[in-house]
Design a protein around this ligand. Structure first.
Ligand code: NAD
Length: 474
């Protein structure tokens, strides 16, 4: 299989070249690296129809047989990690080592989901009638998966794995900024899954809304911004499609005064800047106790100076560019706003003139809580460092957000950290560590960070509807 050209959609198990195309850029060079199909309405209809046609046989297939086919797909992906990762770096910008982790991680995620089973609940009401009440979980039908550009392969897999294991069929749409690796994943699956079970379509801005309003889908599983999530939910409501929404965040890290500053500085740096800050669960506000504020700030700034920013294809690059021009301009606008308000930058300089959407690591030194750089999700290599004196105050500031995705607490005492963590209004909280996720546990946002979860049995159940059988004795 050639990973560097010939990008086709997968519809009903076959390649579809499309009639129109979208350009895909390498964000490190701004050069056009490929043309991806721009799916037409008719091609989307064909994909939904193929998925609908494949559903009866796929959903009727014994669970273990579906599991075995999906494990074959995971192994096929593991065999292609290197070329797939090179392709991912070229369209997404991330360093090649991170791309390898993403592609390998996606295959391992699929394996992890395949270890799950759907529960059956059996109850026998004590009403003297001997009735048996059984609740099973049935697949929904055709699912539409819509993914963002920050982790295209992994977040696409977050949808593919549970949707297909539970017995649904899928039409998966990557972001127009990063369609290539996902198109190749579809190609890889053609020889493994029955036709129509996994369809992969790519296209421009019209394609997502076509999907959310298409009557052929029973569910939309969406990962992206909160703003778009609202539109998805509104559009899906017309035919009461089920939705899972994994949306934006403004995660706070709370760093308590008893941490070993030198030991945690590097981890704290990566909690904010991994993937150039383009991580939904990146630390986007770092609250640091005043006793250690200056020492930690100095340690972060010193560490930042050692991190090479560049083309992700170069082996020693640790941070790549921002993925696309609109995001690049958004992040630069936030930095310009901080500067125009007179906030001090502890780290950061003018971005070099292109090509490439490169932004230097920028640390804003204790800006006001109400500033845009604190209140908005930056989704780029920019971090406000914020001073606090009382833990209650830090918790209140962390919780005063419409988002509720993740957060972290850092302390020399695990118990002390847990006590603070229990008070945070978010779906995921890391204690003294980076953003670890596992297919065996539920991940999801509270408040405006989302609806529903991915991962774990809870995530698998999101791709099912309950069906209860009430059996009366004859
Ligand atoms: P986005 O919302 O702009 O786009 C996400 C996807 O939705 C893309 O495939 C896009 O083409 C599609 N889309 C755009 N408009 C649509 C519409 N009206 N209807 C249907 N689909 C539409 O998000 P993005 O810029 O690609 O990603 C960044 C955002 O995603 C950040 O806010 C980040 O926090 C969030 N995110 C969340 C998670 C999570 O798990 N909670 C994970 C990664 C990223």
């Amino acid at each position: 299989m050639d990973f560097s050209s010939d990008f086709t959609m997968t519809i009903d198990g076959a390649a579809h070249r499309g009639e129109a195309f979208i350009d895909v850029l390498n964000p490190a060079t701004e050069a056009v690296i490929a043309a991806a199909p721009d799916c037409s309405r008719e091609e989307l209809d064909a994909a939904v129809e193929a998925a609908g046609k494949a559903f009866p046989a796929w959903s009727a297939m014994p669970f273990d047989e579906r599991r075995a086919l999906l494990l074959r797909l995971a192994d096929a992906l593991l065999e292609q990690v290197e070329p797939m990762a090179r392709l991912l770096t070229s369209e997404q910008g991330k360093p090649i080592a991170d791309a390898i982790n993403e592609v390998g991680g996606a295959a391992m995620y699929l394996k992890g989901i395949c270890a799950l089973d759907l529960p059956v609940t059996i109850t026998e009401p004590e009403d003297g009638q001997g009735r048996v009440v059984e609740t099973h979980h049935c697949p929904i039908g055709v699912v539409g998966g819509i993914a963002p550009w920050n982790f295209p392969v992994l977040l696409g897999m977050f949808k593919l794995a549970p949707a297909l294991l539970a017995g649904n069929t899928l039409v998966l749409k990557p972001s127009p900024f990063t369609p290539l690796a996902t198109l190749k994943l579809g190609e890889l699956a053609r020889d493994i899954l029955p036709p129509g079970v996994l369809n992969v379509v790519s296209g421009g801005d019209a394609l997502g809304p076509w999907m959310t309003s298409h009557p052929g889908f029973g569910k939309i599983s969406f990962t992206g911004s909160t703003q778009t999530g609202r539109r998805v939910m509104e559009s899906a409501s017309a035919s009461l499609k089920r939705v899972t929404l994994e949306l934006g965040g403004n995660d706070a890290a709370i760093v308590l005064p008893d941490v070993d500053v030198d030991a945690v500085a590097e981890q704290l740096f990566w909690s904010a800047f991994r993937n150039s800050g383009q991580v939904c669960i990146a630390t986007k506000r770092m609250y640091v106790h005043s006793k250690i504020y200056d020492r930690l700030k100095d340690a972060l700034v010193a560490y930042a100076a050692t991190v090479k920013i560049g083309d992700g294809a170069e082996a020693d690059t640790r941070l790549g560019p921002v993925n696309n021009r609109p995001q690049y301009e958004r992040v630069l606008d936030l930095v310009a706003d901080a500067k125009s308000q007179g906030y001090r930058l502890a780290a950061g300089s003018e971005p070099e003139r292109g090509p490439g959407f490169f932004i230097p690591v920028t640390i804003v030194d204790n800006p006001p809580e109400e500033s845009r750089i604190v209140q908005e999700e930056q989704f780029g290599p920019v971090l406000p460092l914020l001073k606090f004196d009382e833990i209650d105050e830090a918790v209140a500031r962390a919780n005063a957000s419409p988002y509720g995705l993740g957060g972290s607490v850092w302390s020399g005492s695990e118990e002390g950290a847990l006590e603070v963590a229990r008070r945070l209004d978010t779906g995921n909280i890391w204690i003294n560590g980076l953003q670890y996720l596992t297919p065996l546990a539920s991940f999801g946002g509270q408040k405006q960070s989302g609806i529903g979860v991915e991962g774990g049995v809870g995530g698998l159940l999101e791709y099912t509807v309950p069906r209860t059988f009430i059996r009366n004795r004859v």
